[in-house]
Write a protein that binds this ligand. Structure first.
Ligand code: MG
Length: 263
């Protein structure tokens, strides 16, 4: 009887551990930038997407990772911004001096990648989720990838970085030049798990609607040793779907809501 009880307890512990292991990790999308209704994003103490403040805020709530987007100016400076333009200035077609003076809605100046990675070094517990944006000029895009790899190495963040991209060109460059073992995820949604495995990706980072259309891809990924990340999941019912279906990472504008749901 005692042996049976021991076996049952061990099995229960294993099931419990498995349940813990299945919890998705929380990635703050463009940092954590949302704030209460009625508060205007007008000072640097308030967060904006892709701001230093949004990274600090993501770390302050203990998100697993903080995601951000990079573009390279035509003279080779890498900036943090989601859209191709900031205040009407198109980053990839402009000189760094014309981009650097642009302010985000919270009053911060737009960050360079150098400044942003330096900030990550002050927040050792949060993972770096770096998205290379698709540039019109593929040579410029490849140079952007090389600069990002060099800068991540310079700040000794290679063990904390995950690269993501929609661009097949940037994907190839990252897989070719990133140190062995670096995780690179594809965002565009059309490649099935076997193809991603073949090219050496760490997994799929797809819009949650893609996983809903192809729920079998989640198990296929896991069977192949690949991970799954869903973006950008903000509604409670969509977050719950991702949790229930074993998504490994969830990228969200609502990191605190997701954290509450995971408790
Ligand atoms: Mg992004």
């Amino acid at each position: 009887m005692k042996v049976l009880r021991t076996i049952v307890c061990a099995a229960a512990a294993m099931i419990s551990l498995a349940a813990v292991a299945q919890k998705p990790l929380v990635v703050a999308h463009r940092g954590y930038w949302k704030h209460g209704k009625g508060i205007k994003a007008e000072t640097a103490t308030i967060s904006s997407q892709n701001s230093i403040r949004s990274l600090c805020k993501a770390d302050s709530i203990h998100a697993w990772g903080s995601e951000f987007d990079i573009w390279m100016s035509k003279d080779g400076q890498v900036f943090i911004n989601h859209d191709p333009t900031v205040n009407g200035v198109e980053i990839q077609k402009s000189l760094a001096k014309d981009v650097a003076g642009q302010k985000l809605p919270n009053g911060e100046y737009i960050s360079t990648l150098d400044q942003y990675l330096q900030e990550f070094t002050k927040h050792p517990n949060i993972q770096v989720v770096l998205e290379v944006k698709p540039h019109a000029d593929l040579i410029q895009e490849s140079l952007c990838v090389m600069k990002a790899l060099a800068m991540v190495k310079h700040y000794e963040l290679e063990n904390r970085v995950t690269y993501i991209t929609f661009s097949p060109n940037a994907m190839c460059e990252l897989l070719k030049y990133a140190p062995k073992g670096t995780e690179v995820y594809y965002l565009n949604g059309e490649m099935p798990p076997a193809k991603l495995k073949e090219i050496g990706a760490a997994g799929m980072d797809y819009h949650h609607s893609v996983f809903k259309a192809h729920p079998e891809w989640i198990k296929e990924c896991h069977d192949l040793g690949l991970k799954t990340n869903a973006w950008t999941v903000n509604k409670k019912e969509d977050l719950q779907w991702c949790i229930d279906n074993g998504i490994d990472f969830i990228t969200t504008n609502e990191p605190e809501l997701l954290q509450r749901m995971l408790k």
